[in-house]
Design a protein around this ligand. Structure first.
Ligand code: BG6
Length: 477
């Protein structure tokens, strides 16, 4: 049995522009949806409630994404640290608003283009492969406010123009692409990726699924453009992957978990990998009153331009019970499931489940037979800096070790896995809570929830550990 990571396995780390760059109003960058999301735990609530104003109110809130960790000015220092760890790949996203500040311009913004050119050159200097997400929770604010986000069909052409511009410009430098980050996550948080909060419970599913359809068409057009412009590139979809477990063997709960699993893990991937809407979705549409506006040629486009691989994030599993009482529900786990008595949770209530990673990798590979790529996995935790400046994050090492072991088991199960990227390899702003104190990094950044801190970078204990993991291609974990 092969229990080794393959030669050329892409070890590394992952980030997103809005969570690291800062420089929110530099280089002619336009405002993005991330620039109007305040920090702190109330952010999660704002993401879900109708009536979001899209305004910046500095009297009331702070906006951690504005300066983030200042990667915009410090990328050379950060990339040198990634290289020291031995990264083979680094995932970043391009901020749409650096390239097309409002999303509607006819020509790209040269200053934005040059910034990423320099970042890619710096990565290649160390032999690090860039893995680029085209849209990661940072769509132009203008498109959210004035166009109603992805509910509006006009975004399809605007996205295609953006994708073509970056393929043309970076065709020599970027060979791994992904279209929309966690496209399926919009079922829970549409504001960040689709630019709207549904207007009401009655219209919610109509709005969401129509927006999904527009993203599917846009994603197919991007795949088509990528193949024309960079024939030797690989372009993937990216899904939030979380296996859904039935609470027990009561068939009602098993069926309920199956329905939830299909919607969460398979609906978007079926469209983007198999190139068609799955049969089960018609019943979901009928029960939720959804009638899609599908234009001529859309389904053919989706069928013809499917992705090469599935990028996935993995943090947790979810356990479902058909009739749950309010006492049984847990909300920390992002999804509205019930507590799994076999699992412990992180400080943010995310249930830690390394075997769940092996399970979902197997489920995805069984179903799609295309390479998989873990482009996010990591532990958000509070870190303590000791008096001598050291940071002993053994809990993070333990978490990563157990998940890497699970990935290795999945490879032994026959799964074709391209790589493993630690989410937030350098501390960054949390997407769901806007906190700095929810740290994922192997590199500590001196920046705090109240906006204080020197931004100095420090290696955590996990930095040295991961360096050894990579140097031994996962033999020594
Ligand atoms: C994924 C996102 O959902 O999880 C990232 O793609 C995000 O952007 C990560 O940061 C961890 O979530 P959070 O809310 O802890 O930052």
């Amino acid at each position: 049995m092969n229990k080794k990571f393959p030669e050329g396995f892409l070890w590394g780390g992952a980030t997103a522009a809005n969570q690291i760059e800062g420089g929110w109003n530099e280089g002619n960058k336009g405002l993005s949806i991330a620039d109007v999301l305040p920090g702190g735990k109330e952010r999660l609530k704002l993401l879900k409630e109708p009536g979001f104003t899209f305004e910046i109110d500095k009297e009331k809130y702070n906006y951690p994404n504005h300066e983030a960790i200042d990667f915009y000015h410090r990328y050379k220092e950060d990339i040198a640290l990634f290289a020291e760890m031995g990264f083979k790949a680094f995932r970043l996203s391009i901020a749409w608003t650096r390239i097309f500040p409002n999303g509607t311009e006819s020509e790209p913004n040269e200053e934005g283009i040059v910034f990423y050119d320099q970042v890619f050159d710096e990565l290649h200097k160390y032999g690090i492969e860039p893995v680029v997400t085209i849209s990661h929770y940072e769509m132009p604010l203008h498109l959210a406010k004035e166009y109603g986000g992805w509910r509006n069909r006009e975004l399809v052409a605007l996205f295609e123009r953006y994708a073509r511009a970056i393929f043309e410009r970076y065709k020599e430098k970027v060979k791994y692409w992904m279209t929309f980050n966690e496209i399926n996550g919009a079922l829970h948080f549409p504001l960040m990726s689709m630019g709207f909060v549904p207007e009401s419970e009655e219209t919610k599913y109509q709005e969401l699924f129509q927006a999904f359809h527009h993203q599917f068409v846009a994603s197919s057009l991007a795949v088509k453009a990528c193949r024309e412009i960079i024939p030797d590139a690989k372009i993937g979809c990216m899904i939030l992957a979380a296996p859904v477990y039935p609470y027990d063997c009561n068939p009602e709960n098993v069926m309920h978990a199956l329905e939830e699993e299909r919607l969460l893990n398979f609906f978007c991937a079926d469209v983007q990998v198999r190139g068609e809407y799955p049969p089960f979705i018609q019943r979901v549409f009928d029960e939720r009153g959804v009638k899609l506006d599908i234009r001529e040629g859309d389904l053919e486009l989706i069928k013809e331009h499917t992705v090469d691989y599935i990028g996935l994030s993995y943090y947790m599993s979810v356990t479902q019970k058909k009739d749950k009482t309010d006492d049984e529900r847990i909300f920390g786990n992002v999804f509205d499931g019930v507590k799994n008595p076999f699992l412990k949770a992180s400080d943010w209530g995310w249930e830690i489940d390394p075997t769940g990673l092996r399970i979902i990798l197997n489920r995805l590979y069984d179903r799609y037979r295309v390479p998989l790529f873990i482009v996010e996995n990591g532990l958000g935790a509070y870190d303590k800096v000791e008096e001598d400046g050291s940071i002993h994050d053994d809990y993070r090492i333990d978490y990563l070790r157990r998940h890497i072991e699970a990935a290795r088991e999945a490879i032994a199960d026959g799964v074709d896995l391209l790589g493993y990227l630690v989410w937030g390899c350098i501390d960054l702003v949390s997407a769901s809570t806007g906190e700095f104190s929810k740290r994922y990094g192997l590199i500590y950044v001196d920046r705090h929830d109240d906006g204080s801190g020197t931004l100095e970078r420090k290696k955590k204990k996990s930095f040295d550990w991961y360096q050894t993991v990579i140097a031994t291609n996962g033999e020594q974990i």
